[in-house]
Design a protein around this ligand. Sequence first.
Ligand code: C5P
Length: 399
Amino acid sequence: MSSSGREVILGVGGGIAAYKSCDLVRRLQDHGYLITVVPTPACLNFVGVATWEALSGRRVLTQVWEDVPGVAHIHLAREADFILIAPATADLIARIVQGRADDLLTNIVLASSAPKMIVPAMHPMMWLNASTVENVSILRSRGFIVLDPDIGRLTGSDSGAGRFPETGRILEEFHQMVGENADFLGRKILVTAGGTREPIDPVRYIGNRSSGKQGYAIAQAAIARGAQVHLIAANCALADIEGVKITKVESAAELESAIDEDFEWCDALIMCAAVADAKPVRRDSQKIKKNALSSIELEPTPDLLAKAASRRRPGQVIVGFAAETEDHLANAEKKLQDKGIDLLYVNDVSGGAIFGSDMTRGSVISKDGIIITVSEGKKETLANVLLDQVQNRLSLPNV
Ligand code: C5P
């Protein structure tokens, strides 16, 4: 088992549907899985090693003879958290049933105890043949998850049961095997995190104490629930999250352009970043001398959240954050209304708590008056509480 818990071997059999698995590699990567492709030698008649290596960014082997000192079949079998075979041909299924080990993929299947899912694709006559029917039932009795192929148009003029399922269905079934709640599958979430820095001169800035931990926790939770996630990080000293597209920004102006770029794309914007309320009117190109620093002229930054809310399309959900030291709920309700957003989490920052911590304290309020109080909880827990509320709103008919 790998340390990431997300190592997937994608076995690809020698059927024409192999070309559809190229997209599957990409979509699995979008969800944070690390993919090693192991094609059968027959697969290479349809899609070559170069394509699999370029897509996965990893070396691709088909035989145990190709990396003898590395003992690839044992090494890969040990590292795999999950094995997904898509497409699986009638021949590949038969070889697995018999316990054959005549290529790298079948060696790995024998040597690994990881959960295994098989996505068959073949002509209906082959799928419904008594041998295949019996082989599939043997694999199921041994704990393999074997999807039923789709019914529909096949490669030639025939149609029937045997079609390779759509990528979305494979991902959904795969997420279920992995044991994740994939309620955000197909959803696009834009998250901002951290705090902006407004330059005064080349060495100084106006900033704030936001660490970015809450925004990163939201991005992490959203990708684990199946979403595609874009995270805009303002000055966060945190490790990248596998599968999440991260854009790093410094100032409110850079944050604004990054949001502008992806706002159209997203189903929900979760605006966790602490945007500086004001910035210096001018940025000196040279370091300002100490004696000239008695005052800095400031101007307000645009309210990015209110701007997004004012140009949202029906159905798009917008979540804001606030930090208050007193009258939390009253201030939060006013902010929710003024900005025209759906949900707001108000951090109770009395005493300077929360900044940089893994814990949070505050309340979630929604425009329909729902209030959820988090008296002392992990930022990770709040992330899921907020995503539950976002999910509820995304499933409403367009509001
Ligand atoms: O108005 P206030 O700063 O308290 O509101 C906080 C919320 O508004 C946060 O979600 C923050 O990301 C957002 N905000 C913004 N643009 C600003 C100031 C705050 O989008 N200039």
